[in-house]
Design a protein around this ligand. Sequence first.
Ligand SMILES: NC(=O)c1ccc[n+]([C@@H]2O[C@H](COP(=O)([O-])OP(=O)(O)OC[C@H]3O[C@@H](n4cnc5c(N)ncnc54)[C@H](O)[C@@H]3O)[C@@H](O)[C@H]2O)c1
Length: 252
Amino acid sequence: MNLFDLTGAKVLITGGLGGVGRGVAKAFVAAGAEVALVDSDIANGDAAIREIAAEGRAPLVIEADVTRKASVEAAVAQCLAAMGRIDVLFNNAGIIVRGAATEASEADFDRIFAVNVRGVFLFGQAVARHMIPRRAGVIINNASIAAMIGIAGSSIYCASKGAVLQFTRAWAVEWAPHNVRVNALAPTFLRTPFTAEVLAIPGREEQIAAKTPMGRIGEVADVAGAVLYLASPAAALVTGHVMTVDGGWTAL
Ligand SMILES: NC(=O)c1ccc[n+]([C@@H]2O[C@H](COP(=O)([O-])OP(=O)(O)OC[C@H]3O[C@@H](n4cnc5c(N)ncnc54)[C@H](O)[C@@H]3O)[C@@H](O)[C@H]2O)c1
């Protein structure tokens, strides 16, 4: 058996047209998987879709809002109708609103928790309902090192990602008897549209790099391999795990 074989795997990626989603989708397609991308903003997705298709098979693209149950259920149904099953869910859609904790509004709180926590909950639940009876499936929740360390100016985001880690552990325990594995990814700062504003501040990237034992921020390619590993047969007994991809930051 090829421990890392993902040929023919059916993979659903939420936030699939963003920086991480696009990069991970490319890696799955290059590994022979069939990919469905779910995103609330598909209007500007053509370049991403072309880039992913260039690796092999063109992705299925589904417009949906992860914060709305009806939208999530419709997306999962559309994906199942097109692909027949879902082997891997990369629960990846996420947002951030930056600012001082004393100034953060209830609206900021509700927005961040709606996408980062409610969205992960709704998608995980909808897909697990399909995986459990099949006694097969892998869910990878995209958290962040912000779940494990404090980041000034990002308190609500940090709290939301902490919740993602706890969903990961609780689901891993609850669904292990059904052979459904659940793990989390915890990346450092990655170069994507999500961090463009922060990395545009003169000297900020150097500051982040200086805090990192390996001396640099991450690129999407740095996390793609970790996600593929967690999805692969090589990780058959890995569940409830938090995989940091952070250049050693949280090892300090
Ligand atoms: N970039 C980083 O430095 C970094 C580090 C650690 C963790 N993460 C996590 O990685 C994930 C992806 O981040 P990214 O860097 O690709 O960001 P991104 O902004 O490039 O992409 C996020 C994608 O999610 C989509 N999205 C937002 N709200 C949605 C909703 N309600 N329904 C469906 N889709 C929605 C957006 O349209 C976008 O395509 C997030 O969960 C983020 O918290 C990012």
